[in-house]
Design a protein around this ligand. Structure first.
Ligand SMILES: Cc1cc2nc3c(=O)[nH]c(=O)nc-3n(C[C@H](O)[C@H](O)[C@H](O)COP(=O)(O)O)c2cc1C
Length: 355
């Protein structure tokens, strides 16, 4: 999976090249994690400023774009970019061209928020596996509370699978090197996987195989559209945001990961904010759970320091590591990792500007 270390860096394992698939070789093992920034322009079109922001970080082995909505009713935060109009595709092409010109590689993260989308942005009631709402205030959206969603019909679920596939084709047209299906963080795909949010009685609910069906159909439709070698998926076997764990959900994830193992995808990516947390129901850290159940490339993520990330790859606990907030704080993070210079700490104030 990884080749030998050929760098004199302070963190040599971070600088190991990785052959992700037949078509994708990465010069190092560091992934820029997807980071929603809310700076898209009118029509949710990516801007030149976004192109500059990503191009500065092109030294990462792979950039995963901020989550990108696949259709108008998928939206739940302001100014999140889309990948469903010709203008959005053209905007992303400007971004990927610039990233490629700076020597980088970039995947587009495909996103539908499901029940945590909001009519304030979409003009329609949120869609969900079942009519079961989440509670509390919508982040980055002053004054908004989560709404009661509407359960999707079986036909709507099947149609949604096609939307992911179309979004993946659009992403390839926009020059991305591949796509990451956002199955993490309590959004639509995660909502299908969980007993609490999926109480359907058709073929998409009831048993763990049925709860995993939507995720697998999306994976199969997207890989049929763009090739399995260009597809990754992000999953949160730990329920850490927008929903709660129900005992037994971990069996759905184990089964899903086993099924994904036969599909020759580029990778499975941990969706977590803190990989140090050990969950009883996962038998330890989320990264270890992914490693245990998925035979292909695993990307660990979640508050990992460069030392820890380096050690995890060295110990074979992960093939790659994704780093999020430090990339916001340090456009030149890869240079700092190479020289051993201490990165600037992240400060939430930094989210106000895109530099
Ligand atoms: C501002 C911000 C925006 C984020 N946006 C996304 C996103 O669009 N998609 C996603 O899967 N995760 C998102 N995350 C989670 C990160 O990808 C990552 O899992 C998390 O920040 C932990 O990694 P870190 O400790 O290296 O930052 C976001 C996190 C932050 C702080």
């Amino acid at each position: 999976m990884t080749t030998t270390n050929n760098s004199a860096s302070s963190y040599p394992y971070l600088f190991q090249p990785v052959v992700l698939s037949e078509t994708l070789a990465l010069p190092n093992s560091v992934v820029m994690a997807p980071l929603t920034r809310c700076f898209a322009g009118p029509g949710l079109v990516p801007t030149e400023q976004m192109a500059d922001y990503y191009a500065k970080r092109a030294g990462a082995g792979l950039i995963v774009s901020e989550a990108t909505i696949i259709s108008p009713e998928a939206q739940g935060y302001p100014n999140t970019p889309g990948i469903y109009t010709p203008e959005q595709i053209a905007g992303w092409k400007m971004v990927t061209d610039k990233v490629h010109a700076h020597g980088g590689r970039m995947f587009n993260q495909l996103w539908h928020l499901g029940r945590v989308a909001h009519s304030h942005y979409t003009g329609s009631q949120p869609l969900a596996p079942s009519a079961i709402g989440w509670h509390g205030r919508v982040p980055r959206s002053p004054g908004l509370e989560y709404e009661q969603p509407r359960a999707m019909s079986t036909d709507e679920v099947r149609h949604m699978v096609e939307r992911y596939a179309q979004a993946a084709k659009n992403a390839m047209q926009a020059g991305f090197d591949g796509v990451e299906i956002h199955g993490a963080n309590g959004y639509l795909i995660d909502q299908f996987l969980r007993q609490q949010t999926n109480q359907r009685d058709d073929e998409y609910g009831g048993s763990l195989e049925n709860r995993a069906r939507f995720a697998l159909e999306v994976v199969d439709a997207v890989t049929a559209a763009v090739g399995a070698d260009r597809v990754g998926i992000r999953l949160s076997p730990n329920a850490h945001v927008h929903l709660e764990h129900t005992p037994g959900d971990e069996e759905t994830f184990a089964w899903l990961l086993h099924e994904l193992g036969s599909r020759d995808m580029a990778y499975v990516h941990e969706g977590a904010f803190d990989d140090h947390i050990e969950y009883d129901y996962l038998g330890g850290r989320p990264s270890a759970f992914l490693r245990q159940h998925y035979p292909g490339h695993v990307i660990a993520c979640g508050s990992l320091t460069p030392e820890e990330a380096n050690r995890m790859i060295q110990a074979g606990q992960s093939d790659l590591v994704a780093i999020g907030r430090p990339f916001i704080a340090n456009p030149d993070l890869m240079d700092k990792l190479r020289t051993g210079e201490t990165p600037e700490p992240f400060d939430p104030e930094m989210l106000k500007t895109l530099v």
